[in-house]
Write a protein that binds this ligand. Structure first.
Ligand code: NAD
Length: 496
């Protein structure tokens, strides 16, 4: 469907109801009655309120999840029946995609084209992928001696806690919700307080599709209260998280302090982008380099925020990337005239400004950008920014900004390029541009990251895993491997 401005404009003025918890398929306020404001990143206005929940609400949601799991309402339902409900859910999300996308953009500022495709539509296709898979996965029989039969059963773990961030809440949420639900678990989801509204809408649609009460519960509110209570809960078997490394480290600690629940972390990155002089198409490489860091203002976990270019083509390539950056139209994310929206919140804007000024103080050259935009609107906009001649010691090279900031430098040999690529604590994604197939294979094996992209920046398909190594996390989202996070293997021995 092509997007029409008049449809978007009609939806953007729709009043938003207060965001409440969804437990046992019913809306409910925080038991304390507390609420917090939901603020628009587009103009800083208050959009609605959000239940500011706490431990009591998490206890209620986990209890609902536990009792439905033990009752077998969903966990014992035939996989083919679970599939039908999930497919219906995906259809309903798709039918309401524009309304869901506009709601999400009002909440987190992503431009509408990207939000429409990357959020409801991606969530629907992810739900379909796992729904279709669930009745095609068999157990195993192991090759033991003839007088005994040894079976391996795949069982749902029980109650799964899910904590998600504000960038792409539906896409990232679906990467976790869909395999966890398809496997037969009961869930408690905590969305980010910075982007809750679209998640609540798709959860409501799950109930409409026939998902029984108590299987998918949502508790809204702050990380330090709701997130912590979920992560410390003694009756949650698995916790799946996407977010920052700082919070990821806390979750590991909460697990150790409570019931040693399994914790899966999808964390940040500082992904390298290596451009060799023999790249097949340098103009395309420059365009995709700009897109890889500036789409959604760099608020993308796999954003290629470090650019390394082979010395002879360095200056020209950086200039070409700057040109693409300067051509981006940044502004109201609900206007089809723009192709980049707002940063998600005031803190992200401040973090971006601080990272740029610190990099300049540390000796980086500002080649383009560097200024906040449209401050009169009350929203959080910033120019795409290219910093050149950075060095490995600079914070802008070592620390994730999660904003529209590219840090560029040159290299002279392949070894140097690979050592630059591996010089941070992260290992989420990487990109390499070269015509040399041997070099591409060497890079794939030598770069420490969960994903290597050669001559493209496109690894966004649900069929392949996405996960980090080192301090970018553990376990994977996407692909059939994601089921492994939400299942236990049980061995059964039967004397014959
Ligand atoms: P964040 O870590 O601040 O918050 C993520 C979630 O954790 C939110 O729901 C928040 O409320 C919750 N939280 C905060 N404190 C908590 C606590 N003490 N206990 C439990 N939960 C708590 O991250 P963010 O700012 O929402 O998202 C940006 C980060 O997410 C970036 O670092 C980015 O790289 C990362 N990210 C990673 C991926 C990936 O797949 N690897 C994808 C998207 C974003």
């Amino acid at each position: 469907m092509s997007l029409l401005q008049q449809d978007i404009d009609a939806l953007r003025v729709k009043p938003l109801s207060a965001a409440r918890n969804f437990i046992n398929n019913k809306w409910c306020d925080a038991q304390s009655g507390a609420t917090m404001d939901v603020t628009s990143p587009i103009d800083g206005s208050v959009l609605t309120s959000l239940a500011d929940s706490d431990k009591a609400d998490i206890d209620m949601a986990v209890e609902a999840a536990r009792s439905t799991f033990e009752a077998g309402t969903w966990s014992h339902m035939a996989p083919s029946e679970r599939k039908k409900i999930m497919l219906k859910w995906a259809d309903l999300i798709e039918q309401n995609a524009l309304e869901i996308a506009v709601t999400g953009v009002r909440d987190n500022g992503t431009d509408i084209r990207m939000a429409y495709k990357g959020e409801p539509l991606m969530a629907a296709s992810t739900i379909r992928f796992y729904a279709e898979a669930v009745d095609k996965r068999n157990g195993e029989i192991t090759p033991t001696s003839k007088d005994v039969l040894s079976l391996i059963h795949k069982e749902p773990v029980g109650v799964v806690g899910i904590i998600i961030p504000w960038n792409f809440p539906l896409m990232i949420g679906a990467w976790k919700l869909a395999p966890a639900l398809a496997a037969g678990n009961s869930l408690v989801l905590k969305p980010s307080e910075e982007a809750t509204l679209s998640t609540l809408r798709i959860v409501e649609l799950a109930a409409e599709a026939g998902l029984p009460a108590g299987i998918l519960n949502v508790v809204t509110g702050r990380g330090a209260s709701v997130g912590e209570a979920l992560a410390l809960h003694m009756d949650v078997e698995v916790l799946a998280f996407t977010g920052s490394g700082g919070v990821g480290a806390k979750l590991l600690e909460y697990s150790a302090r409570s019931n040693m629940k399994r914790v899966y972390l999808e964390l940040g990155g500082k992904s390298p982008n290596l451009v060799f002089a023999d790249a097949p198409d340098l103009e395309q490489a420059a365009a995709e380099t700009a897109a890889s860091i500036f789409r959604n203002n760099g608020q993308v976990c796999v954003a290629a925020s470090r650019l390394m270019v082979e010395e002879p083509i360095y200056d020209g390539f950086v200039k070409a990337v700057c040109k693409h950056a300067e051509n981006l139209r940044i502004g109201d994310p609900l206007s089809l005239e723009n192709n980049t929206g707002a940063l998600a919140n005031a803190m992200q804007l401040e973090k971006t400004k601080a990272a740029i000024s610190q990099a300049q103080q540390q000796g980086a050259d500002l080649r383009t950008g560097g200024e906040a935009l449209h401050s009169e609107s009350g929203g959080y906009f910033h120019q795409p920014t290219v910093l050149a001649n950075v060095t490995g010691e600079m914070d802008v090279v070592q620390q994730e900004v999660f904003g529209p900031v590219l840090a560029a430098r040159s290299f002279t040999t392949e070894d140097e390029a690979i050592s630059f690529a591996n010089e941070t604590v992260y290992g989420l994604s990487s990109v390499i541009w070269t015509k040399d197939i041997s070099r591409a294979h060497r890079a794939i094996s030598r770069i420490k990251s969960g994903m290597v992209q050669v001559n493209c920046f496109s690894g966004a398909d649900v069929t392949a895993p996405l996960g980090g190594v080192r301090q970018s996390g553990n376990g994977v989202d996407r692909s059939l491997h994601a089921f492994e996070k939400y299942e236990n293997l049980k061995a059964a021995w039967i004397k014959l």
